[in-house]
Ligand binder design. Structure first.
Ligand SMILES: [Ca+2]
Ligand SMILES: [Ca+2]
Length: 187
């Protein structure tokens, strides 16, 4: 009896977990859409997507469709994009104004390998706004790009590859465990 009650509770609660804790998106690319897209979205939605890609990559996110009810500073219906606990954007409406922003062709980049997207709607959608379709892809971090990093990643030579990088040294040097190139001493 106890067991069937537990089973029932699990079956009842589990479909709600993604809505509470977010839909995990762990592939290297993917799509996010408002519920019911391309038809009008519903009321009182609070949906979260947690995008995660392997380390050595960042996430690029952009929108191919965006139609949300406009409101002052996007207080009512909106999309929030977060990375590393920082808000990258709060979006709503169909055109940008002084106080509201739509994504347009803008590309949003995570700082690390995680990004959270939150879609929130209030109690009405009378004009049948159709919501959004967004797409993400894992982008390799070019650790050898000196313009992007304050500290050089390598002592002598840096070699970038998808998902990582490695260092090498000039002739007569060896790559030590701390990634510093040290002179090979002749014995
Ligand atoms: Ca609304
Ligand atoms: Ca890389």
């Amino acid at each position: 009896m106890q067991q069937s009650l537990t089973m029932w509770l699990v079956l009842w609660v589990s479909p709600m977990l993604p809505a509470l804790f977010g839909f995990p998106l762990n592939e290297r690319f993917g799509e996010l859409q408002s519920p019911g897209f391309p038809t009008a979205y519903g009321d009182n939605i609070y949906q979260t997507w947690n995008i995660s890609v392997p380390s050595g990559f960042v996430i690029k996110l952009y929108f191919s469709h965006f139609s949300l009810e406009p409101s002052y500073r996007c207080e009512y219906d909106h999309i929030k994009i977060l990375t590393d606990g920082r808000q990258l954007a709060k979006l709503c409406g169909e055109t940008s104004t002084d106080t509201e922003e739509v994504p347009g062709d803008k590309r949003f980049y995570s700082t690390g390998n995680n990004m959270t997207v939150i879609f929130r709607t209030d109690y009405s959608n009378e004009k049948n706004y159709t919501g959004f379709a967004a797409h993400y892809a894992a982008i390799d971090v070019d650790e050898c790009d000196q313009t992007a990093f304050e500290e050089p990643s390598c002592d002598h030579y840096c070699h970038n590859y998808l998902g990582g990088y490695y260092c090498s040294c000039k002739p007569g040097y060896f790559l030590d465990s701390d990634k510093i190139c040290r002179v090979i001493r002749k014995v």
